[in-house]
Ligand binder design. Structure first.
Ligand SMILES: [Zn+2]
Length: 153
């Protein structure tokens, strides 16, 4: 091996790419997101076979795989079932760190919704904590129509 190549530092080039795209949300997610935007209401689907309520809604029940679903509103309050704290400001994070990501099971739902919790010290977040949704009218028909969740007590 040529000794002159042993101690060469790897060349690193920092850059960013811009990848704009359009994505059709579909009938189920579209209705969920429009209801968030227009009514500040969180909707799920109740399976007419097993009665599980899925939030965000699914066209097909994730438990029994039937498409026989009924739309139902769930509470804007729920319970933290899991959480993680992002402390490094990666480019993909829209919010300033620390960002508390949480799985929140809303009252009336059998599944958990992934979102963020704000206005609390990350060290104070616990599994079982009660939270409520704060809505944003500026976010359009996106999941960010729920701006974040806050502790209720
Ligand atoms: Zn089912």
């Amino acid at each position: 091996m040529n000794n002159s190549l042993k101690h060469i530092e790897p060349m690193v080039h920092h850059s960013q790419i811009n990848v704009p795209y359009t994505w059709w949300a579909g009938d189920t997610a579209g209705r969920f997101l429009k209801t968030l935007r227009d009514e500040q209401t969180i909707m799920g689907t109740r399976c007419n076979h097993c009665a599980r309520v899925t939030v965000p809604p699914r066209k097909t029940c994730p438990t029994c795989f039937t498409e026989n679903q009924t739309w139902t509103a769930v509470s804007d309050q729920g319970t933290v079932v899991a959480f993680s704290v992002a402390r490094r400001q990666l480019a993909a994070l829209v919010k300033k760190v620390p960002v508390i990501f949480a799985l929140i099971r809303l009252d009336g739902a059998d599944t958990a919704l992934l979102h963020t919790i704000s206005q609390v010290d990350p060290a104070e977040v616990t599994i079982g904590m009660r939270v409520r949704a704060c809505f944003s009218k500026d976010a359009g028909a996106t999941i960010m129509a729920i701006s974040h969740f806050v502790p209720t007590n």
